[in-house]
Design a protein around this ligand. Structure first.
Ligand SMILES: [Cu+2]
Length: 162
C-alpha cells in the first residue's frame, strides 16, 4: 500500500514537471525561479540565460560559477551604461541579498553562454550547474524560450536609473 502511494506520488510529480513551464529549485536557503534562455538565431554561438534567486533566510550569498555541457563556458555578466551605450561586462560574482530577489534578465545581469555546441531552440531544455559560495552547487534545467521572450513585468529602461 505504502509502495503504491509512493508510485502514485512520483507519477503526479513528474506530470507536473513535464507540463509546467514555470519551474523552481531550492538549494540551502536559496530559491531559484524559472531558469530560462533565449533561443539563438542561425549559427550564432553565444547565448544568454536568466533566472531569479531569492535568499529565504537572513544570510547573503553569492553566485560564483556556472557551467553547462551545452557551452564551452558560461560567464557571469552585468550591463553597464558607458556614455549612451549599454555594454556587457564580466563580473566574478553576483550578490544575493536577503529581502530582494536577484533577477537576471534581458538588459541586466545574465549568464553568458560562450561557445554553444548547438543553437538553442525554443522548447529545448538543458542542464546547468550553479555554484553558490555558501549554498553550494545545484543543477537546474534551463528552458529555452522564443528569441523575443522577455521576463514579463521587467522593463530594461529601469537599468538606466541604476
Ligand atoms: Cu553577456
Amino acid at each position: 500500500m505504502r509502495h503504491l502511494t509512493r508510485l502514485a506520488l512520483a507519477a503526479a510529480f513528474s506530470a507536473v514537471a513535464f507540463t509546467s513551464s514555470a519551474h523552481d529549485y531550492n538549494v540551502g536557503a536559496l530559491k531559484i525561479d524559472h531558469p530560462w534562455a533565449r533561443a539563438t538565431p542561425g549559427a550564432i554561438t553565444t547565448g544568454a540565460a536568466y533566472l531569479t534567486v531569492t535568499a529565504q533566510g537572513q544570510e547573503p550569498d553569492r553566485l560564483i560559477a556556472v557551467e553547462t555541457p551545452r557551452a564551452a563556458k558560461a560567464e557571469l555578466h552585468t550591463m553597464i551604461l558607458d556614455g549612451d551605450i549599454m555594454k556587457m561586462r564580466q563580473v566574478s560574482a553576483i550578490e544575493i541579498n536577503p529581502g530582494e530577489p536577484t533577477v537576471l534578465k534581458p538588459g541586466g545581469l545574465h549568464i553568458m553562454l560562450v561557445g554553444l555546441k548547438a543553437p538553442l531552440r525554443e522548447k529545448d531544455r538543458f542542464p546547468m550547474t550553479l555554484t553558490f559560495e555558501k549554498a553550494g552547487k545545484i543543477e537546474v534545467q534551463i528552458a529555452v524560450e522564443s528569441a523575443g521572450a522577455r521576463d514579463a513585468g521587467h522593463d530594461t529602461h529601469t537599468m538606466h536609473g541604476l
